[in-house]
Design a protein around this ligand. Structure first.
Ligand SMILES: C[S@@+](CC[C@H](N)C(=O)[O-])C[C@H]1O[C@@H](n2cnc3c(N)ncnc32)[C@H](O)[C@@H]1O
Length: 189
């Protein structure tokens, strides 16, 4: 990640307004419905909606993002919902989590193919769960597409291939009303 990339995200979040109500992504809500709350790591957390939602469900959450402006908003969101999350300002090109620490790793709307798969495997406890969703095949062909760089869209069935060290629980490529996504729920053996 370059300094310009970081500045771009900071600038984007300068104009951001926190949502009134706390809505987590449905793929995450479904994935953790039966889980006992433990330690969670949310990567590229942005404004922190999923991280804060997990904390309101009893998870002990660490949330990482490179944008300090985004993390300040995430901190406000956590305060608004009376929960505490640990916010870490870090570049995921460099970040190294403690090994076998997290029962849950969460990634939404972020794609890095080289380093993230081994980072996730390292971070998860044995039996721990990865819940991942990001833009998928066909996203860039949509009339409402706002994803600038097509490299940030997954190819068909790409997530389970990238995360082949984990056991697939569920995976799908799905067209939603406002975006097209690839999704994965996978477990560390
Ligand atoms: C499209 S936003 C998604 C945010 C959040 N996951 C969501 O779904 O709302 C992508 C996020 O990735 C963060 N990001 C981009 N590159 C990063 C990097 N190298 N390390 C850490 N965070 C990064 C940005 O700051 C931004 O918050």
């Amino acid at each position: 990640m370059t300094r310009d990339d970081r500045r771009r995200w900071d600038q984007k979040y300068t104009a951001a307004v926190l949502p009134e109500s706390l809505v987590a992504d449905e793929w995450l809500v479904e994935a953790v419905a039966e889980c006992v709350a433990g330690r969670a790591l949310v990567l590229a957390c942005g404004l922190g909606e999923n991280a804060v939602w997990l904390a309101t469900r009893g998870w002990q959450v660490d949330a990482v993002d490179v944008s300090v402006t985004g993390l300040k908003l995430a901190s406000q969101l956590a305060a608004r919902h009376d929960v505490t999350i640990r916010l870490l300002a870090a570049d995921l090109d460099l970040f190294l989590p403690l090994p076998a620490t997290y029962d849950l790793v969460v990634v939404f709307r972020f794609l890095e193919r080289e380093r993230l798969p081994s980072l996730v495997s390292r971070a998860l406890t044995p039996g721990g769960l990865l819940v991942y969703e990001t833009f998928g095949p066909g996203q860039c062909q949509r009339a409402d597409n706002h994803l600038g760089n097509p490299d940030f869209a997954l190819g068909p069935g790409e997530l389970p291939v990238l995360y082949d060290e984990l056991e697939v629980v569920r995976t799908e490529d799905t067209v939603l009303s406002n975006r097209t996504v690839g999704r994965l729920i996978a477990r560390r053996g």
